[in-house]
Design a protein around this ligand. Structure first.
Ligand SMILES: NC(=O)c1ccc[n+]([C@@H]2O[C@H](COP(=O)([O-])OP(=O)(O)OC[C@H]3O[C@@H](n4cnc5c(N)ncnc54)[C@H](O)[C@@H]3O)[C@@H](O)[C@H]2O)c1
Ligand SMILES: O=P(O)(O)OC[C@H](O)CO
Length: 342
């Protein structure tokens, strides 16, 4: 069945998703604020700022008319950075109806209060058909047609089926998960550890060190997420381990590049400025370390990175956090009452 879809956001991920759905024969509009970008996409089939090497399908229609884009669509993907997510959702709230499906693709926390993007969507009373999309999904690779797996998470069967129907293609496979909290937290948290890995790579550490960092990152992420109701098994899947691998090893990741720039001697402001696109991990780090303190959660890598970035601590403090912290088991069988299935 042909669906009418709207993607909010003119950045690299929104464009990559809109392009897949247009190729799949759906009616796709992509909303963005910048009129010049709208004109460029519609006239030349290119989004030169964000995906310069990807020719876009001719049926992908860019628009700056938010009202019409929402009214005409049965499914809305929100691909807006977390900093502006709430503000854009407030704008569309009066246009929503109970039948519309809302999908967040944003990997971060609301900077105004500790909540996930799906929580922001859920506060809108018009529709509760909500899902999240997350996984090892570097936009430039997707746009280049590299085989990619992703995860749609929602407790609503119809929402998961819709996203699969819209996005599945010979190069894009969508898996499902009912653990929306786990999938969303995994996508947001891994950005912290991509910064750590970029930093470590710039310092030329060996593969023993890289694998230790990534594996302990996974332990730390799942410890945090399970505390907030996630299923620990989610962290063994594409949204957990999968995305951690992609983001912690690829220079295409903006968060990895922020870390690499810091490891190469830049300060945080210079590192962020050099990216020119969103690197969600910096805000996520602040929110997560605050919450970890409030809830007494042991997160030595996040804690060490936070001290390095925000308190001018020396690199030795981050290294010390990792190497001489609390004695821990290699594998912790973290459980919570609701999801205690390992
Ligand atoms: N790029 C990727 O590979 C990728 C993959 C998966 C998930 N994500 C997530 O998707 C989200 C968006 O990332 P992206 O890569 O597309 O970002 P981006 O930096 O490429 O682009 C962000 C877009 O949002 C727009 N925007 C920002 N504030 C806005 C506002 N107030 N109103 C309207 N538009 C606004 C910008 O103009 C820009 O077009 C992030 O949370 C990111 O973590 C990105
Ligand atoms: O470029 P990043 O660091 O925002 O990462 C992009 C995606 O989240 C990778 O899955």
């Amino acid at each position: 069945m042909k669906h009418s879809v709207c993607v909010l956001g003119g950045g690299s991920f929104g464009t990559a998703l809109a392009n897949i759905m247009a190729k799949n024969g759906h009616q796709v509009s992509q909303w963005m604020r910048n009129e010049e970008q709208v004109e460029e996409i519609n006239l030349t089939g290119l989004n030169s700022r964000y995906l310069p090497d990807a020719p876009l399908h001719r049926e992908l229609l860019a628009t700056s008319n938010l009202e019409q884009a929402i009214r005409d669509s049965d499914t809305v993907f929100v691909s807006i950075p977390s900093k502006s997510f709430e503000q854009v959702v407030q704008r569309i709230a009066p246009l929503l109806t109970a039948d519309k499906i809302l999908i967040s693709t944003t990997k971060g926390f609301n900077p105004n209060r500790f909540e996930l993007m799906s929580d922001v969507l859920r506060r809108n009373p018009a529709t509760q058909k909500i899902g999240v999309l997350s996984g090892p999904n570097l936009a430039k690779e997707i746009a280049a047609g590299q085989m990619t797996g992703s995860v749609v998470a929602s407790s609503d069967d119809l929402v998961r089926q819709r996203v699969i129907e819209l996005l599945k293609s010979p190069t894009f496979r969508v898996y499902e998960n009912k653990d929306s909290t786990g999938v969303e937290l995994a996508g947001a948290l891994k950005n912290i550890y991509a910064i750590v890995c970029g930093l470590a790579k710039a310092l030329n550490v060996g593969e023993n060190t890289m694998s230790m960092i990534m594996t302990r990152s996974l332990a730390e992420m799942s410890r945090f997420a399970v505390h907030f109701g996630a299923n620990p098994m989610t962290f063994l899947g594409l949204a957990g381990m999968g995305d951690l691998i992609a983001t912690c090893t690829s220079p295409l990741s903006r968060n990895y590049r922020v870390g690499f720039a810091i490891g190469s001697g830049k300060n945080l402001e210079e590192a962020i400025g050099g990216i020119g696109e969103v690197a969600e991990g910096v805000n996520t780090l602040k929110m997560v370390v605050d919450e970890a303190h409030k809830h007494g959660l042991y997160m030595p890598l996040a804690e060490g990175l936070s001290k390095l970035l925000f308190e001018n601590a020396k690199l030795e403090s981050l290294i010390g956090s990792m190497m001489t912290g609390e004695q821990k088991w290699d594998v912790e069988f973290a459980t919570n009452e609701e999801n205690g299935n390992v």
